[in-house]
Write a new protein. Structure first.
Length: 317
């Protein structure tokens, strides 16, 4: 058994928050992040982060100072600009005062590599409120295309695995009542309570310790890149052109055929959806069943929405 596999999440019972160090600039904050494993890092080390984030090799590159900060993509910039809106909306819904953390970093004394930057923390009206009863909010700006990754019923922990991993890691440095506030498609705020998971936390600490020991304390031993990272790190030659070979020619032709078929099927699906909605609206119906009595789809208003939504159910044919 490795050092942290039997990690006890209550070993910090007398210290519910790590010491927070506030940095005055983004550059200083980014430099300080190299000194530990943050919540975005641990999601990549556990290989549950979106592919665009990279994996362990990307984390190592950043800790070694081999990667320069890139300009925000339009999506990242939108998320940063919308954070104050999400924060204020979440505070109203949760009935508390939330304050942004900014460039603050909280880091444990032991294990010393555990650090995190929180998005927002409650400022309670009663100063005697125990710190572990403060609301801590993780703010997410989510594209409508990724809405299916977030549960509609707002059940605890009904968020993507990388978000659950991030929140549990943050819980290590700041005890509290954790919520993920996800703004879906710019107009649908969903709040999900997050429950600390001892097994997950122990696994994360063990993964982080192995990475820190094998690749940071031994800096000349980088983790192997996964294929995406290998491709991203490879040297590119602008302006170079190649001609498809016989194998790729078949693949390209198949790709074009599949795209054309997908577009045709999508148009057909939209037409069917429209006819089903017309039929259900004409009969003021919320549920459509087949001849065997099985629910085929529903068309009704859902929580936090002012308009009905068509939802198809999986039915064996």
């Amino acid at each position: 058994m490795s050092k942290h596999q039997d990690f006890d999440i209550n070993y910090l019972s007398n210290k519910v928050a790590a010491e927070q160090v506030d940095h005055t600039s983004r550059r200083d904050w980014l430099e300080a992040r190299r000194l530990g494993i943050g919540s975005s890092d641990i999601a990549r080390l556990c290989r549950v982060a979106p592919a665009s984030w990279g994996g362990p090799r990307a984390v190592w590159n950043e800790k070694m100072g081999l990667v320069h900060e890139r300009e925000d993509s339009p999506w990242l910039e939108a998320g940063r600009r919308l954070e104050p809106v999400i924060l204020a909306w979440a505070a109203d819904r949760l009935g508390c005062v939330l304050e942004p953390v900014g460039y603050g970093i909280e880091q444990l004394d032991e294990p010393g590599f555990v650090m995190a930057t929180l998005d927002a923390v409650e400022r309670p009206s009663d100063p005697d409120t125990p710190a572990w009863d403060h609301v801590v909010a993780e703010l997410k700006n989510v594209s409508a295309f990724n809405a299916q990754a977030y549960g509609v019923d707002l059940e605890p922990d009904a968020v993507p695995e990388h978000v659950r991993v991030q929140a549990n890691w943050q819980w290590l440095v700041r005890r509290g009542r954790y919520w993920v506030a996800a703004l879906i498609g710019g107009n649908d705020l969903r709040l999900y309570p997050i429950t600390p998971d001892p097994a997950l936390i122990g696994h994360m600490v063990d993964v982080a310790w192995r990475f820190w020991r094998d690749h940071i304390l031994t800096p000349d031993n980088p983790p192997p890149p996964d294929r995406r990272e290998d491709v991203m790190a490879s040297e590119m030659h602008p302006g170079t052109t190649i001609v498809v070979d016989d194998v790729l020619a078949v693949e390209v032709a198949t790709h074009h055929d599949l795209r054309a078929t997908a577009a045709e099927m999508k148009a057909t699906q939209k037409a069917i959806d429209a006819r089903v909605v017309d039929a259900m609206s004409a009969n003021s119906a919320e549920t459509l069943i087949d001849r065997q009595g099985r629910t085929v789809c529903t068309y009704k208003r859902e929580r936090n929405r002012d308009y009905p939504t068509l939802r198809w159910k999986a039915v064996e044919r």
